[in-house]
Design a protein. Structure first.
Length: 160
């Protein structure tokens, strides 16, 4: 997922990346990516490149509640400024800015995309609010015997 900076036209342009291969080969991803699309808007102004990308990534995940596989689509965005001129490092007030050495013609977007996709995964990732497999699993793992009565008051400790 590389863009060739010195070939980009001045002003605004757009590129679309839709290959899921790099995500599928990434060993750090614990789910199976199925589809990927990055719509990248580029605004080149002299030595500066303002990138704004919308990411959509569909994959197969394991439901945390029912432990079964389900398909979900993650959505994220990236906003980055790339510059050949280091004087902009101090004055730019955007989210992320990267200095690109003058001799470097290509910029690899994959690390940005990787982080954006992983951060889009919910903390509690479930197939839905009414996960039947999760309810069945909870029935199986609940203890059959009654808890010790001496601990009964502790169960309501945080219910206020």
């Amino acid at each position: 997922m590389k863009i060739v900076l010195n070939t980009l036209p001045r002003g605004k342009s757009e590129q679309i990346f839709d290959s899921v291969a790099q995500l599928q080969q990434d060993k750090s991803i614990e789910w199976k990516p199925l589809q990927f699309e990055l719509k990248l808007g580029i605004d080149r102004q002299g030595q500066n490149f303002y990138l704004h990308g919308n990411i959509s990534c569909t994959g197969l995940f394991i439901c945390e509640s029912g432990m079964e596989e389900f398909e979900d689509t993650l959505k994220s965005e990236i906003k980055v400024m790339l510059t050949f001129d280091s004087k902009y490092l101090e004055s730019y007030e955007g989210d992320e800015m990267f200095h690109v050495p003058a001799h470097q013609a290509e910029y690899d977007l994959y690390p940005l995309v990787h982080d954006a996709v992983l951060l889009a995964i919910p903390i509690s990732h479930r197939c839905g609010t009414d996960c039947k497999a999760g309810e069945e699993l909870q029935k199986i793992i609940k203890p059959r015997e009654k808890p010790d009565e001496r601990w009964a008051k502790l169960k309501d400790l945080f219910n206020e």
